[in-house]
Design a protein around this ligand. Structure first.
Ligand code: 4AD
Ligand code: MG
Length: 461
């Protein structure tokens, strides 16, 4: 038996082949005097292989009934295609009909809206566009591991179940085995002593605090895993479950971590440009004409670096009417972020040194006493794609800050311990993987770059 070959490999062939076996799904079938032309796709690449079936085949009646979405196993010979548009085609010697898709198969030839495809998220990876999205998603995941591995970073699996709210923004999804119909309480408060962990627990919003513990042991580390935020914001850039890449580096200051983040984004843009050319071409045609330029822009421009204070000045001086007024001390809204990167600098911008009041407890206080060593990377169309900081390594300052913010010290005894033993300056950042994908594919809605999006009131699939 000849071994099955994937279509992406087959199309790279530089000779004819007597015997090949291809398995996949029918995209279209058309008949013409004595023949069927069947476009077969197996998901390995955007392109289909054209299969030519002669009516002399035993089961030609079945072949002539093949519908879009049906599954087949084809064996035959690979020959040069006389028709335009493709180099190779298969002359079938045998076609096994594995399954026939009935007429109500929703993905018939015509193009569907993204909104409609979200309602059939279980089928949408079978379309050209979503096939491409999820191939790029896979390619980028590997590239991220390559990037860090090449630079001597160790990959850490930080926990998903957690007892601490790293970002302190109160967006923790609670995890409990208590009976929700009969919640035990003492003095009007939930009594967690009988709960699975004996205390309040949730799904992690970030692996950072755990990653810090490992950076202080293994030097340079990173996590890459799912994170969860019960953030009730129904925007095109927020989901409740998303993947985050979080490097954490010992003996590294804020500038050092900006350098790594910039290098990483450039590296990944290069990978997409090189390894996903065919899929990117599709997006440039149907999603975002400017995409090849966006990618080139990342590769060739030095990211602008400005302080939060400078950013606020630029925004105040701009003649633009923002929905939210900007003043020193307020968080940048996405409209502000986009103005800076899209209109003003026209390239990625790193904003650093934010007022401490709008940032979490773990960021290092600057000498001015009012800002922290934080940085956000803003990119066109998306706004914030990376958030990071140098960490407060000075025990007394950290304790003071946590008290100021009302964070219970006893819950973080282990975190504070790391500042007592072998402590060093260290920094890190988090990249939102879905936002990165939006950026590198031109796709406008975060729901369309994750297999099954979790958003407020939506957990269908
Ligand atoms: O800026 P954030 O909240 O930073 C942290 O969580 C740090 N602990 C990271 C670190 O220093 N190790 O989140 C980091 C990134 C954001 O810049 C954004 O790209 C993405 O995560 N992000 C989201 N992506 C999709 N949906 C959401 N609800 C997101 N919230 C944050
Ligand atoms: Mg942030």
């Amino acid at each position: 038996m000849t071994e099955r070959i994937k279509i992406n490999k087959l199309l790279c062939s530089d000779t004819t082949v007597d015997e090949v076996v291809v398995k996949g799904w029918v995209r279209t079938r058309r008949g013409s005097k004595g023949f069927s032309f069947i476009e077969v796709n197996d998901g390995s690449c955007l392109k289909n292989i054209q299969v030519v079936a002669d009516s002399s085949l035993d089961n030609y009646d079945d072949i002539a009934r093949l519908t879009t979405g049906s599954a087949v196993a084809v064996s035959g010979s690979l020959v040069e295609s006389p028709g335009g548009g493709q180099k190779w085609e298969i002359h079938a010697k045998n076609i096994e009909v594995i399954s026939i898709a009935p007429e109500d198969y929703p993905l018939q030839k015509k193009r569907h809206s993204d909104e409609f495809l979200r309602t059939i998220a279980h089928l949408r990876p079978r379309t050209n566009k979503y096939g491409a999205v999820f191939r790029i998603r896979s390619e980028l995941s590997y590239a991220i591991h390559d990037f860090f591995r090449d630079r001597g970073f160790k990959y850490i699996h930080t926990p998903i179940l957690t007892g601490s709210d790293c970002e302190g923004a109160g967006e923790l999804f609670q995890v409990t085995t208590l009976d929700m119909g009969n919640v035990p309480s003492v003095d009007g408060k939930v009594d967690y002593s009988g709960d699975f962990f004996g205390k309040e627990a949730g799904l992690t919003v970030s692996g950072q605090l755990s990653a810090e513990m490992f950076a202080l042991a293994l030097g340079d580390v990173y996590t890459f895993g799912p994170t969860f935020r019960a953030e009730d914001s129904n925007t095109s850039r927020h989901v409740a479950e998303f993947w985050m890449i979080e490097p954490e580096m010992a003996f590294c200051d804020l500038d050092g971590s900006m350098d790594v983040a910039e290098e990483m984004l450039k590296y990944l843009a290069g990978v997409v440009q090189e390894n996903c050319a065919e899929d990117i071409e599709l997006f440039a045609k149907f999603v975002d004409k400017g995409l090849p330029n966006t990618i080139e822009n990342i590769l060739t421009s030095d990211f602008e670096r400005i302080s939060y204070e400078e950013a606020v000045e630029i925004l105040k001086k701009s003649k633009k009417e923002f929905e939210y007024e900007i003043n020193y001390g307020k968080d940048l809204q996405s409209e502000h972020e986009r103005y800076l990167t899209e209109n003003y600098f026209k390239k990625p911008v790193i904003v650093h040194d934010y007022p401490k009041e709008i940032k979490p407890f773990y960021m290092r206080l600057n000498d001015d006493g009012r800002t922290v060593a934080a940085m956000d990377i803003l990119v066109p169309r998306i706004g914030e794609i990376v958030g990071g900081s140098q960490r407060e390594e000075r025990l007394d300052m950290l304790v003071e800050r946590m008290k100021e913010m009302g964070i219970p010290l006893e819950d973080y005894w282990w975190y504070l311990d790391s500042r007592r033993f072998g402590n060093v300056p260290h920094s890190g950042f988090g990249v939102g993987f879905e936002r990165l994908l939006m950026f590198l594919t031109g796709i406008g809605n975060i729901r369309d770059v994750i297999p099954f999006a979790r958003t407020p009131k939506n957990i269908e699939f």
